[in-house]
Design a binder for this molecule. Structure first.
Ligand code: SF4
Ligand code: SF4
Length: 282
């Protein structure tokens, strides 16, 4: 089973939920931190990293000895990443989406696949949890290919928990796609509700069942609960605003380590998700 933990808005406690859920279940769990622009789950999980791998994406490399400057490659590129100017070839690597159109269409075979560094993948273990995350190279704009690489380590024999990036754009879709369940972490504020609505819209388009965790549930207003009711969204867990929780977080401690009574609540959350996923499978 693949559970993605997402949130429309940053700072809602998504990583807290993903890491504590993984730690509570323990062995047989994989935690993939797909928030490659700002990975922070490792700060709580503290894995012992066993290896890292640099990830590249293919970009064109033009051999001007063979090129006839016909312009077919520039015509097919939808991202303006390649241009022919007065018998000069210009490649804007950062704009390239690695679709391969240019090297497929080149009649002279003048374009080879080069590589642009996207970032690195690191893998490790912590208390029986297999942990994998990606770190996007500083200055790199395209995170979905690195996210796909992190997801390529999914092991169908294990429960996979994905810590998705915040928002509802391409990186989030790449992280949530093909999940069995999306756990949306939100907070009961007008901003939280606004972004929650967008996130729910994304899960509906992807046709993935979802449920809510409301963080700092005793602050703010009742509008999030009213919306959940209206949209038939199950509220699976509520985490109240609590000084002890905030202090543990700021020290980089796991909630279930600082307050062990929460382990049972995260296991209950997992049971509720399993139940909801089973209902979805005819
Ligand atoms: S398609 Fe090939 S030959 Fe034509 S301009 Fe591009 S690289 Fe040169
Ligand atoms: S691989 Fe695709 S996106 Fe990149 S330059 Fe070629 S046509 Fe453009």
């Amino acid at each position: 089973m693949i559970i993605s933990v997402a949130s429309g808005k940053g700072g809602t406690g998504k990583t807290t939920v993903a890491t504590n859920l993984a730690r509570s279940i323990g062995s047989g769990v994989q935690l993939l931190d797909c928030d490659v622009e700002e990975p922070n789950a490792h700060l709580f999980i503290n894995p012992l990293f066993e290896g890292s791998e640099t990830v590249y994406t293919p970009v064109p490399e033009v051999d001007e000895e063979k090129c006839t400057y016909c312009g077919k490659c520039a015509e097919i590129c939808q991202f303006k990443a390649i241009a022919v100017l007065n018998e000069n070839m210009l490649v804007f690597e950062e704009l390239c989406h690695s679709c391969g159109g240019c090297w497929e269409i080149c009649p002279e075979g003048a374009i080879q696949e080069g590589g642009r560094e996207l970032g690195i993948i690191e893998k490790g273990y912590s208390n029986g949890i297999e942990f994998i995350h990606g770190r996007l190279r500083v200055g790199e704009a395209m995170s979905p290919p690195l996210i796909k690489k992190v997801r390529s380590y999914q092991n169908p024999e294990k429960l996979t928990i994905i810590d998705a990036p915040p928002g509802t754009s391409c990186p989030v879709i790449a992280s949530m796609k093909d999940s069995d369940f999306v756990l949306l972490v939100t907070e009961p504020t007008p901003f939280g509700l606004h972004d929650l609505k967008l996130a729910v819209g994304a899960t509906r388009i992807l046709d993935i069942p979802c449920g809510l965790v409301i963080n700092r549930s005793d602050l703010g207003d009742r509008k999030t609960k009213e919306y959940a009711n209206q949209m038939n969204l199950p509220i699976l867990m509520e985490i109240p605003f609590n000084r002890e929780i905030a202090e543990a977080y700021s020290r980089g401690e796991m909630l279930v380590d600082a307050m062990p009574e929460w382990k049972e609540k995260f296991l209950e959350l997992y049971d509720k998700i399993k139940h909801l996923v089973k209902k979805e499978i005819p």
